[in-house]
Design a protein. Structure first.
Lengths: 334, 334
DNA sequence: TGTTAGCACTCTATCCTTTCGACTGCTAAA
DNA sequence: TTTAGCAGTCGAAAGGATAGAGTGCTAACA
């Protein structure tokens, strides 16, 4: 039904959003005529504007101001007018060349780049452990009655924790390692943590070890699940919106509440790109918008990277940057 | 020379700073009389105030406002009037009971607590590697031509990185482990990274391994040196100062520049507590103050924890919290 | 000499009014 | 359906008046 917009209405709407994104000032009929529709009179444009306003796309701050896009307008704009814009991919690629130790580092770096290139605040959320596969679990004997638990994952990350060895027999650790590998290798972190391990009665001796290891894994899961990092929170001071105290406060409050960001980024099942605009979802995103994308490394989901900024953000640029960065990361030869 | 202040002047100064810290409004002669010096006339207090102003302790926003403390006044206040105030230690201790995996976690948690208790933004900087001793370095054979490098430190932290094994002989890894232990155990990270290792000619085979290991250590050093974490940056919105846009901007800019924070926290040789107030040091801390303390775990320096907030912050409370937390952390039985 | 009451003076914050200009919506004509 | 013209609305900026808060100064007092 939104598509019932006539061609000219579409053009007017696009002009208005474009204009507003650039100037961050209410747009008048005259502005639109000047830059986008020189062959139509302002009176005509005015009647189109008034119609678009009735339909809920536009808002008049007051009668003698121009008009400002509503969240609905941004939504329409994103869905109909935003096409891929090629931003210098090279610039991006150049910045992600060095070797990384861990996934987190890659993505953290990416977050910084996204924030710098777009000039918005970027956020990054590590994928939760449903998608994290354990390659192996090993005990490393420290020969002092303790052992280190090593968790080896697809992406080479490991995690340590010292545990006590309950029994010292020559090949104890070796046997335990075999059992651990057999039980855990290839499973996801969630599977392991949520499962019950049944040991044969003759292997009761290893029960303690297994419990310790599972505890270590569970702590790791807890510390890793849905970590959120923020980059460039101070960018907000470069927007004209920040002249208004409430906007800053609002922004900082959202950005400071990582759990909030998590839910904002999370919910969209299989969709690769998520765009939340303004108060649409009753999520407290007034005057703000959040664009986020899922990231993969060699096909495996590793997290989400997003941008949060004013509702009138430059969606073209943001989407383009996120998309391209996504490709670059996925193709990293490690 | 600052001590040339008469007793009454001291009292007036303390009253004014106390009052300002509480109300964050210019303090008048009448305010001081009312709450602190009921037996002296306002005229007398006025003349004291005017004298203190001449000496650089006070500032008059304008002629018909009261007076406001200068950075010099805060400095005097901190050095002469702040005595330890006992804030409920128990509250603090309760929050730091659970077991921690790594130093970073302890101190991160502490940062959060400090921020919550003081209601200021807290920062934490991990000590640099000069103070980090390597307990052992081990290779863990993965039996696929690669090995994991494990760095074992005093505080049980380890770090992994896969490296290639250049040669597969039965006891190769074992021998390498012996050599690595001999070369690295007990040294600090800096010592290792900055040193040249000379291998006997007959051990040339291990040269590659050593180089790889040192590279891993060096990367670890880089990633760990002087990391800065911020907790509670949004606290600023609870101060009356944040009504002023420039204050917020200033604050966020400093808090966003981690390198800046690093230098601010760093320079004070052996001093345990560092207090920087306002523009004293030309560090761009206008209207702000930064209080920081060095932290130890079992006598070993692990980092610095600090609080950044408005110049008129509650120094008593902040210093008390930092001191007590310092004791608690150092005594953690692990 | 130090302290004090009294008073003139200064400056801000607030409120009101006026003016200017930016846009719009409406109407009547093309 | 489009357009020119115009009246009407509203906000932002500027100016003026007023009230209130505090100070500094002076002259008297202990």
């Amino acid at each position: 039904m939104d598509d019932k917009l006539t061609e000219r209405k579409k053009k007017v709407l696009q002009a208005l959003v474009d204009g507003y994104i650039t100037s961050v000032e209410p747009i008048s009929s005259g502005d639109i005529q000047e830059k986008y529709l020189p062959n139509v009179s302002t009176a005509t444009i005015r009647s189109e504007l008034s119609h678009l306003e009735e339909m809920g796309y536009l808002i008049k701050p007051h009668v003698s101001a121009g008009r400002v896009p509503s969240s609905k307008a941004y939504r329409y704009y994103v869905e109909n007018f935003v096409e891929d814009e090629l931003i210098d991919l090279e610039q991006l690629r150049k910045n992600i060349t060095k070797k990384y130790d861990s996934v987190v580092e890659i993505v953290k770096d990416s977050a910084k780049i996204v924030s710098d290139v777009t000039n918005y605040t970027s956020m990054l959320m590590i994928a939760n452990s449903d998608t994290l596969t354990i390659k192996d679990v090993k005990l490393l004997d420290m020969f002092d009655g303790t052992a280190l638990v090593l968790i080896i994952t697809d992406s080479g990350v490991i995690k340590d924790k010292e545990i006590k060895l309950p029994k010292i027999e020559d090949n104890y650790v070796e046997v335990a390692n075999g059992l651990l590998s057999k039980s855990f290798a290839g499973k996801t972190l969630s599977q392991i943590v949520n499962s019950q391990v049944d040991l044969d009665s003759e292997l009761k001796d290893f029960k303690q070890i297994f419990e310790n290891v599972i505890e270590v894994l569970s702590e790791y899961k807890k510390s890793r699940d849905g970590q959120v990092f923020i980059e460039g929170a101070d960018k907000i001071f470069e927007y004209p919106e920040s002249k208004n105290y409430n906007n800053i406060k609002n922004f900082m409050t959202i950005v400071g509440r990582k759990d909030k960001l998590k839910t904002l980024m999370k919910d969209d099942g299989d969709i690769e790109f998520s765009i939340k605009i303004g108060a649409e979802d009753g999520e407290g995103l007034d005057n703000m918008a959040l664009v986020s994308a899922k990231y993969h490394i060699k096909g495996k989901e590793v997290g989400q990277l997003g941008v949060i900024g004013p509702e009138r953000m430059d969606y073209k640029k943001v989407l383009s940057v996120l998309k391209q960065l996504g490709k670059i990361i996925d193709n990293l030869d490690d």
